[in-house]
Design a protein around this ligand. Structure first.
Ligand code: ARG
Ligand code: ZN
Length: 857
């Protein structure tokens, strides 16, 4: 059935208190839930209470201590008639954690027990009104074999412990009322890194990062990131932690990145464990960002939660913005901004222009798991960032202060958030609310004319139609811009214009000559800019713009513009050569620019990804995009060979450090190898092999191996074998080994993936391993888009094999096939027929069924 936002009704019952009793076992866990319920005066009278269940059978149902027999089952839910104003309901169930392969609810991972309840996993543990607007205070008792589960954790504070024989127990109480999706329980043989943090009002908080025995020495970065997050949220958002204990547990089988359960965050090991030998600089950044994200949820998500799942972006969009700003402050702000825009363009723009497009606040869904998307998360963050840009930091802070103050302890809506920002920051957001309801990435047309002393900027906007939304209204689009004087390379100050009509004109006086326009600086709005701009202007901006993002953007536009023209067949040989020469010159200037740090230099040297290039075209031919992109890389690599080798040599002399200089050096080293590999594979291979052999850190080693994996040289095989042997048994590093090969430029990558699927270390039961092989493959255009459709067949086979095991993860592979309308007709037909084959399979999960049917509609 389709669930609609407009159908929201408050729940008929309040559940002020919840008591849970767990008798823990891997094969079988017995759960007794005692709920205190009372009629909700703010809801329509409900003579029958609906307690959600998923795969549960009630063993006993008691109302006020008396066995009830008048209950019925409806689609897994328990329907219990209640006559009075308030009751106590007690229900016993038995669940099987070790056969729970969906990893939702209570499940077993490496001999430990853990939970994932967001969004609707709690109903797989016990019968309960499993919806985010039912807030309850939890008291939990758990007992189990001491040897197997020496550590027993839950939300809140541990209030009592005891033991008897081989068994022991712990009782936990969480004083903060919370929805069921924030419940968590962990039991296992774990060790902790322990530390503490004193909050701004003087509360001393005990901090623990729990991992398996051998992993303790890889938890320092996670702990430091946690302390930095706590401090930053106090300083920047005025938010203080509200319990005496904060626990993090790392789990190797996990569907997502991490989960913000109150006082007990559960993490994918990928976002906890790191040391220089086994984790890359990107892994370090990822850990800091996700630790921050989950911690920040304590206010944006837990203290103020969501009324219903249509409001998911209320907590996720806002929390992503908060983690982005945190990471900006911890490292290089411009580079972080560029990375976030790249992620948005790679993941969200294609979603917004495809069959799965939806507003950041969706109107309907069948399976909420399918809406944990780049749109809800990353576009959601951009939408709030625009409010911040329009208000300015200080007024925005007044808005968020008001939001936290006004809605603390509530289950709120996106509308509540917008109102608080309006009132607190003093913005009029009437029209701006369209960003919550309209899907699709706006296209903004830009042209600049010049006459006399006046520059005239003409802007237009079109919000493309998306499924179910054919007519769109113009939205307020805040654009930061600057007009550069060509001769001096300077501008007279950055300005903010807000385009809120279909078309508008802005004039700027005092320009004797036509200025160079820099627009959408810092990516102030999540839109596509469409403009005809002379190549020399892009070269100018790439070299001189004082906004690092705009500089990066000019470089990207320079390369993307050329590649799109080349792929569309509209370029003669001379034009192609001239464009390549200009690009090589601009990149050469970046290599030579002594004012740049290497982190930023690396950004400016990156070629646009194939997805980004394809996104510029109505229908794309992945084969031609790949060929033109590789040819440009080879041409640049040939022209700049000596500069690249010199840059590689210079960066290689720096010792390993974790500061910006060290990270930057490692980044430009591998980029140099990438270009060289296009021009001179033998030379690149030798250089990569020596980088690999002499590496004292994972960033250098993985970068070198990534380049080698794409080459057909003798150095390749030996290093791949070495890497496997060196890190055998370290799951997170072996994940990299799978991913490197699945995402490689090697012409036989598709055969490698097939072989790897039969490797003894491959399993469909571990989401990290599945993603490392198949997400990497689906994101590798030259392999996935093999002209005979073999790549599509492999992904469809994977979806069908994984769906019965882990539907949530299986459904995440559908979008790669769902792009068929935007691909050239031959491949489009093959993609479509694979989707049809999946759709026709019997017993599809709701997750996969929804994604496949939306993709075919
Ligand atoms: N709230 C978590 C986070 O963003 C993600 C949980 C997603 N769970 C799911 N079943 N889709 O931090
Ligand atoms: Zn989140």
């Amino acid at each position: 059935p389709m669930i609609r936002r407009d159908d929201y009704r408050p729940f008929g019952w309040l559940v002020p208190e919840t008591k849970l009793d767990f008798e823990l076992g891997l094969e079988s866990t017995h759960v007794t839930a005692t709920l205190t319920v009372a009629r909700n005066a703010k809801a329509d009278p409900a003579p029958v209470i609906r307690l959600n269940g998923d795969g549960l059978e009630p063993e006993s149902v008691l109302v006020d201590g008396v066995p009830a027999t008048n209950w019925t089952m409806d689609e897994g839910d328990l329907m219990l008639p209640l006559t009075g104003e308030a009751h106590e309901i007690r229900i016993a169930t038995t669940i099987q954690p070790s056969t729970n392969s969906q990893l939702m609810g209570l499940y077993a991972s490496n001999g430990m027990l853990c939970t994932q309840c967001e969004a609707e996993g709690f109903r797989r543990i016990t019968f309960f009104p499993d919806r985010p607007d039912v807030l309850s205070t939890y008291t939990v008792r758990m007992s189990g074999p001491k040897a197997q589960f020496p550590v027993l954790l839950c939300n809140g504070n541990r209030i009592a412990v005891g033991e008897g024989g081989d068994s022991h127990w712990a009782e936990w109480h969480d004083p903060w009322p919370k929805p069921s999706y924030l419940f968590a329980l962990v039991a296992g043989d774990l060790v902790a890194r322990n530390d503490s943090f004193t909050t701004m009002s003087g509360r001393k908080v005990e901090l623990n990062v729990y991992v398996r025995e051998g992993d303790l020495d890889r938890t320092e970065h996670a702990m430091e990131s946690l302390k930095r997050s706590m401090k930053w949220d106090e300083e920047v958002f005025g938010r203080e932690y509200d319990l005496d204990l904060f626990n993090i547990v790392a789990v190797s089988d996990f569907n997502m990145g991490a989960m913000e359960n109150k006082g007990l965050n559960v993490f994918n090991t990928k976002f906890v464990l790191a040391d220089p030998e086994t984790a890359t600089d990107a892994d370090y950044d990822g850990i800091e960002g996700v630790i921050g994200h989950e911690y920040f949820h304590n206010w944006s998500g837990n203290r103020i939660t969501c009324r219903d799942w249509f409001q998911l972006s209320l907590k996720e969009g806002f929390t992503v913005l908060r983690d982005q700003l945190f990471s900006q402050d911890m490292g290089s702000a411009p580079v972080k901004r560029i990375e976030d825009v790249r992620i948005l363009r790679m993941a969200q723009f294609p979603e917004d222009s495809g069959p799965l497009a939806h507003p950041i606040r969706p109107d309907s869904y069948r399976e909420i798991n399918n809406f944990y998307t780049a749109t809800v998360y990353n576009k959601g963050a951009e939408v709030i960032r625009m409010m911040r840009t329009m208000a300015g930091e200080e007024r925005f802070r007044a808005g968020t202060d008001l939001y936290f103050d006004r809605h603390d302890g509530e289950a709120a809506t996106c509308e509540d958030f917008v109102e608080a920002i309006e009132d607190g920051a003093g913005l009029d957001l009437k029209q701006f609310r369209l960003w919550y309801s309209q899907a699709g990435t706006p296209k903004v047309s830009v042209s600049l004319e010049h006459e006399g002393n006046t520059a005239t900027l003409r802007l237009g906007q079109v919000v493309p139609s998306t499924p179910g939304q054919l007519d769109k209204q113009p939205m307020p689009i805040p654009l930061k811009l600057a007009l550069f004087d060509r001769a001096s390379g300077k501008h007279g100050g950055e300005q903010l214009v807000v385009l809120d009509k279909a078309a508008d004109t802005f004039t700027f006086d005092g320009f004797a000559e036509k200025p160079v326009l820099s627009i959408n600086r810092t990516f102030s709005a999540p839109v596509t800019i469409e403009r005809d701009v002379p190549r020399e202007d892009l070269v100018f901006l790439a070299a001189k713009d004082d906004d690092p993002f705009a500089r990066y953007e000019a470089m990207q536009e320079l390369m993307t513009g050329h590649l799109v023209a080349a792929v569309s067949g509209s370029l003669g040989d001379n034009d192609r050569a001239a464009a390549r020469a200009d690009i090589a010159r601009a990149l050469g200037a970046v290599i030579a620019d002594a004012t740049l740090d290497d982190l930023m230099r690396g950004e400016l040297l990156l070629m646009p990804g194939q997805t980004h290039i394809a996104e510029q075209m109505l229908v794309a031919d992945p084969g031609r995009i790949h060929a033109e992109r590789e040819a440009l890389k080879a041409a640049v690599g040939a022209v700049l060979a000596e500069d690249l080798v010199a840059m590689h040599a210079r960066a290689s002399t720096l010792p390993f450090t974790m500061d910006a200089a060290g990270k930057g050096a490692r980044k430009v080293k591998t980029i140099a190898l990438t270009y060289l590999a296009g021009a001179d594979p033998e030379r690149a291979s030798a250089l990569a092999a020596s980088q690999y052999d002499s590496a004292d850190n994972m960033t250098d080693r993985q970068g070198a191996l990534m380049v080698l994996a794409g080459l057909g040289t003798a150095e390749r095989t030996a290093r791949l074998i070495d890497f496997y042997n060196r890190y055998q048994g370290n799951a997170l590093v072996i994940d990299k080994w799978f991913a490197l090969q699945a995402s490689s430029l090697h012409p036989q990558a598709i055969e490698h993936v097939k072989a790897l699927a039969d490797h003894p270390d491959f399993t469909l039961r571990n989401p990290n391993r599945v993603r490392s092989l198949y997400m990497a493959f689906a994101g590798n255009p030259s392999a996935f888009h093999a002209a005979d459709g073999e790549g599509y067949r492999m992904v469809a086979d994977l979806i069908l094999a994984l769906d019965p095991i882990n539907p949530q993860t299986a459904a995440r592979f559908v979008p790669s096939l769902g792009r068929w309308r935007r691909i050239e007709p031959g491949r489009a037909a093959l993609m479509r027929s694979e989707l049809e084959r999946v759709a026709a399979a019997p017993h599809l999960s709701r997750d996969t069924f929804e994604q496949v049917t939306r993709s075919l509609d």
